[in-house]
Design a protein. Structure first.
Length: 600
């Protein structure tokens, strides 16, 4: 592929011409890395010209390079973002560049054209790095038609390197020079420059300071963080400190995974003595503790084993969407009141995950966003922000694992708004800029898919997703709300202990509504669904992703592989046959009853 050289004034003209499409300025990290790439481009050119002459890089070039580096970091720091940990140091990049230039020189045939090829390589290296800098600087300035795809690269201009005085200094005739030698030189130069540019870009866009093992990112209790014009407070429901887990991969692709763990919406479901949600984070959340399904990073069949990963724990009872502190209260039978206070700050926590990702994994080639159970809703809602703010020109795939959005009308009308979701819905999508009580999961998928038509969206579930913590279990809770509190302020446990555990009683109603929502969402051409057999809740951390073929469906890993890299024809919606067939470890009623047919 031929890359056209760039000129900084032309880049500025490009930015000015696209400014009317969107008003967002580059994020400080993007600006910092772009400035470093520009400096690296100049230094790469200087290094290759020095190699062409058999000399060391001039000291002045090294000083200019280091000065540009410090200035980029200082400007980012003034904007409130630390860019020093995002990239390798100036010294490390300089050493890498000089070594690469010398290696390229040593790999060329010893002939007069070698010097000309190295000067040509200098222009090419600078051009490619300026092009990458331009992508970072301008990726937020493309309109909706460009969302989800690589933005246009400026072309058709000559770079300053093209007019360099060295460009014609080594001209030679064909006399005494074999054409085949020149061809080999050109091929070696092109390949060497591209390899050097890849190494430099990697050093500047994949933070070398993120370990390749799962690592804790801890926030202090009460800590406040400025991000995108607002102050956020990462926290759990009770004010306990929040944490993330991250790891660097070996390929430049990013997985963001939102943890599940139930939800609560009134005093009865939020009561600390009998919660229906995950109440905290700790060492038990460390993904390194899990070794099955896609959590097994040693399995060669795992599509994501080599990806960068950001894992977003859950402890706010609001499906990762909340932006409100709520006092959930209820009256006792004697006229008193009992209450519990919940920080529904899930959106605060997910903003920290987004901030970390874009400041450490600057330019991933692909982003996969997923989450299980409550995390499925977090994945879809927060993927929209990642697409719009963090990586607007990167291809995305988004999968909700066991979060199909089947709720009662009472919940939608009276409960969901308690989380403060209205304030965090993406208002740039007109269909979502409405009260949350007017939304459905199908509409969320449709609107997201239509706004980002070059990205892909999907939902996974089993046909009768069950257990007390599964989707049918939560629908059963919504259908059978608790109303009574004894005079001493304790819950009347009749409904909780006798009715809620009978999750299977909601199975048929849930299945019917789930299938209807999938069909509605399928009007979006970039949406698919997968409905597997049985009642097991979630698939991500289960080995069934590799080998379950029950019900006549493909394996989950093959379906996701088609989603990531296959054509539209390859990647299709699938639904099980004989869907009531249970796998051996699936939850089930005892004794077995419809809709469950048998254990397979």
């Amino acid at each position: 592929m031929r890359h056209s050289p760039l000129l900084l004034p032309v880049l500025a003209l490009l930015l000015a011409s696209t400014a009317g499409l969107a008003q967002a300025e580059p994020y400080p990290t993007d600006r910092c890395v772009a400035q470093k790439l520009e400096a690296a481009g100049s230094f790469c050119a200087e290094s290759l010209r020095a190699a062409a002459r058999g000399r060391s890089v001039p000291a002045g070039a090294e000083r200019r390079f280091e000065r540009a580096w410090r200035q980029a970091e200082a400007e980012s720091d003034a904007a409130g973002v630390d860019c020093t940990q995002t990239t390798e140091t100036a010294a490390a990049v300089a050493d890498l560049t000089v070594a690469g230039a010398n290696e390229l020189r040593d790999g060329l045939l010893v002939e007069r054209s070698a010097r000309r090829q190295l000067n040509r390589a200098a222009r090419q290296c600078q051009s490619l790095l300026l092009e990458k800098a331009g992508e970072l600087s301008s990726r937020h300035r493309f309109g909706a038609a460009e969302r989800g795809a690589s933005g246009p690269s400026p072309s058709g201009a000559r770079s300053a390197a093209d007019s360099d005085s060295d460009s014609g200094s080594d001209s030679d005739s064909d006399s005494g020079q074999g054409a085949s030698s020149r061809t080999r030189n050109e091929s070696a130069t092109n390949g060497g420059v591209e390899s050097l540019v890849r190494a430099i870009v990697e050093a500047l866009t994949i933070s070398p300071y993120v370990p390749t093992e799962w690592t804790l990112v801890q926030f202090d209790e009460g800590q406040q963080v400025e991000y995108e014009g607002r102050t956020w407070e990462p926290t759990c429901w009770d004010g306990a400190p929040y944490r993330l887990y991250v790891k660097r991969g070996t390929v430049n692709k990013l997985l963001v995974n939102y943890q599940g763990g139930g939800a609560c919406w009134d005093f009865f479901t939020c009561n600390p003595g009998l919660p229906t949600f995950k109440t905290g984070t700790g060492d038990f959340d460390n993904p390194a503790n899990f070794r099955s399904g896609f959590a097994d990073l040693d399995n060669p069949s795992n599509l994501f084993r080599d990806w960068h990963q950001v894992f977003v724990p859950y402890c706010t009872a609001d499906i990762h969407w909340g932006d409100q502190i709520v006092v959930h209260s209820a009256e006792t039978s004697q006229g008193g009141t009992v209450s519990t206070t919940v920080r529904h700050y899930g959106f605060h926590n997910t903003r920290m995950a987004e901030k970390y990702a874009r400041e450490h994994f600057v330019a991933p080639e692909q982003v996969f966003v997923t989450g299980s159970s409550a995390g499925a809703y977090g994945a879809l809602a927060n993927a929209i922000w990642l697409m719009e703010e963090a990586y607007p020109t990167t291809p995305f795939a988004v999968v909700g694992d066991a979060g199909n959005g089947v709720v009662t009308q009472e919940f939608l009308a009276n409960e969901i708004s308690k989380w403060g979701i209205d304030s965090v819905l993406p208002d740039w999508i007109p269909e979502l800029n409405v009260p949350v009580t007017e939304l459905s999961m199908a509409q969320l998928y449709i609107s997201s898919a239509e706004t980002y038509p070059r990205n892909r969206f999907a939902a996974y579930t089993t046909a009768f997703d069950g257990g007390t913590g599964g989707q049918t279990g939560f629908l059963n809770i919504m259908l059978n709300p608790v109303r009574d509190i004894d005079g001493d302020g304790t819950l009347d446990l009749g409904v909780i202990t006798q009715v809620w555990p009978r999750w299977w009683e909601a199975s048929c109603a849930w299945n019917q509504e789930m299938r209807a929502l999938n069909l509605v969402a399928s009007v979006a051409p970039n949406y698919r669904y997968y409905v597997g057999t049985g009642s097991r809740h979630t698939m991500w951390g289960r080995d069934k992703v590799y080998d379950d073929l029950t019900g006549g469906v493909p394996t989950i890993v093959d379906w996701l592989a088609d989603m990531l890299d296959g054509s539209d024809a390859d990647w299709q919606s699938v639904e099980c046959r004989n869907c009531g067939l249970l796998l051996p470890d699936d939850p089930r009623p005892n004794p077995l009853e419809a809709p469950f047919t048998q254990v397979g």
